[in-house]
Ligand binder design. Structure first.
Ligand code: SF4
Length: 322
């Protein structure tokens, strides 16, 4: 991601939080609770209620085992996430949404990926650590939270010491997030929309705005407003909210930013993204079928500044490249 950086807070930080939970036995209890949820799945706000352990499938089409599309060092996340060596991304297959414009739709909607065991998932975490990645970045993880939790003790016992980044659409339940309290050190959620009807039409979400805002509050409660960096400038704990500006004002950018500034904190780090391009079913759409204009992104930046938001990243945007 091409970015300009603004204020961060640098402190000395310790080991990832999950080590304490593992040592106390609480991580084992969380895993048990998480697998109980899979018997009547309410991991996300769709509340399908299917028994995924018995082979039933809900909206996300996911079952008892994790499905992984790819795992690799990723250099293009926000600077304190990617650092010099890259963020250790693990892309989970399927999703709890069906965005018309999803740039990863073969993975999120067509199911490209490979089913693996939790043992293999743990090995992937360790391989990414071995490659020098700065964190384990769980991309689209919501529907596989129990499996991620189950992989963690295996990885910890074999030396995993990287912080976990929970990189999600921000469509979460409080119950699932509470399973992650003290496990995840860095939340990287989206705040995609300000309007429920648009969220439903473009992404198939049910009740996105309400769920997203409750989720952001819970994440904030868990990790606080400060993005804590280690001595090398790498994120160790905190949250970064991502918002991608959509053409035609469809993301409700000003309202999303206003809610964050007024209801959460003006000191939250925000990644204001200009990288939208039409993909999947957005190609040829009268509104979604184009990139955003310079004016649209400048409007978003003006709203960011007018609301007193000052922490985060903005992308360089050049309409000439469109
Ligand atoms: S995680 Fe999947 S099965 Fe569970 S509630 Fe969400 S969409 Fe339904």
């Amino acid at each position: 991601m091409s970015v300009q950086q603004s204020t961060n807070t640098t402190v000395t930080v310790g080991a990832p939080s999950y080590l304490r939970l593992h040592a106390s036995g609480e991580l084992t209890r969380r895993i048990e609770r998480a697998y109980e949820i899979l018997k009547h799945c309410t991991l996300c706000p769709r509340y399908c209620g299917v028994n995924r352990l018995a082979g039933e499938r809900g909206y996300c089409r996911s079952g008892a085992e994790p499905i992984i599309a790819s795992w690799a060092a990723h250099p293009w996340e926000e600077p304190p996430i990617s650092g010099a060596n890259g963020s250790g991304t693990i892309f989970f297959t399927y999703c709890t949404a069906r965005c018309l414009f999803c740039q990863n739709y073969p993975i999120s909607q067509l199911g490209v990926g490979q089913q693996v065991t939790v043992q293999r998932l743990a090995e992937m975490m360790l391989e990414l650590q071995g490659r020098g990645c700065h964190n384990i970045n769980l991309v689209t993880p919501t529907h596989f939270v129990p499996q991620i939790l189950a992989a963690l003790p295996i990885a910890i016992e074999q030396g995993l010491r990287l912080p976990l980044v929970y990189n999600s659409s921000g469509y979460e339940t409080i119950g699932t997030l509470r399973l992650l309290d003290g496990v995840v050190d860095i939340y990287l959620p989206d705040a995609k929309y300000a309007d429920e009807a648009i969220a439903r039409r473009l992404s198939g979400f049910c009740g996105y705005v309400a769920a997203n805002r409750a989720a952001l509050r819970e994440m904030y409660h868990q990790v606080g407003k400060e993005l804590l960096l280690d001595e090398n400038g790498l994120a160790a704990r905190g949250m970064i909210i991502r918002h991608m500006v959509l053409p035609g004002g469809l993301a409700g950018t000003r309202q999303v930013l206003a809610w964050i500034a007024h209801q959460l904190s003006p000191f939250i780090h925000i990644s204001l993204m200009a990288q939208y391009f039409p993909a999947h079913k957005a190609v040829g759409d009268p509104i979604l079928g184009r990139k955003i204009t310079d004016e649209e992104y400048l409007e978003a930046l003006a709203a960011f500044d007018a609301l007193g938001l000052e922490r985060g990243w903005r992308q360089e945007h050049c309409e000439a490249e469109l």
